[in-house]
Write a protein that binds this ligand. Sequence first.
Ligand code: R5P
Length: 293
Amino acid sequence: MTDAAAKVLHDYHLDVPPRQEVFPVKGAGHCDWGMQNRMARLFNPKSGNTVMLAFDHGYIMGPTAGLERIDVTIPPLIPYVDVLMGTKGAIRACLPPTMQKAKCIRVTYDATVLYDEMSNGGGIACDIENAIRMNADCMAVQTFIGAPGESRSLELLARTADAGARYGIPTLGVVAVGKQMERTEKFFLLATRVLAENGANIVKSYYCEGFEKVAAACPVPIVIAGGKKLPEPEALEMAWRAIQSGAHGVDMGRNIFQSDCPQGMAAAIGKIVHESYTPKQALEVYEEIRNKG
Ligand code: R5P
């Protein structure tokens, strides 16, 4: 039966202008649809920010405190975060393939903590085919600016970013802070910019004094790592300061899974990142969940 016979009228919406959206992730306006679609799974389109949960520590540190059993610790936190960041081995073995959240796979390896110096540059632990097979939304590459592994790690970053661009998978460049690297505004200004200019679509770094300049000078979103476990109010304060200074989220591990209430911390961080809660308001969220037991 034809449309005319069915009396269905065509409507070309001639009074409606064509859809023209400004893509909400910093530095990703030029990317193609697939890359933007994955970016929109990483970054909440409303807040423009993300809560990534990092549990990749075992790749150099073995069974880190709190991650002795990833299959026990991490799945209960999935509802509270936007992205799960781990190695291919841990994600495959410990997370349910039915989960709907985004995955960031750490695709490089480094020497373990048994060696005094981990910053030699490592190699590829998960190639692009494996990342695609695992339906990765993002690939993370550790880089060592100002250390012996600098050249090697930048090569791995650039190659990963090129492969990611080919298949529409964003690359997260991780600024490592080994023994030889400073933790100054000057260092982070240099390191974050070098990673972005060598192809990282997102940069993971650390909060520092003068972070607003670091964020402003980086053409792609910066997410901050948490670092060693802090008392909960201090970790929330750091996340809040970072967001206020221009970070687009966190990629936090120990300050969530080593907390006495990981779910409470994940929820509280989410409120800071997506809903502009103050550290005090976020602490109340954490305490409420912790007190419920
Ligand atoms: C970085 O290289 C680590 O493997 C972690 O992904 C990162 O440090 C984030 O975790 P945390 O917040 O515990 O520092």
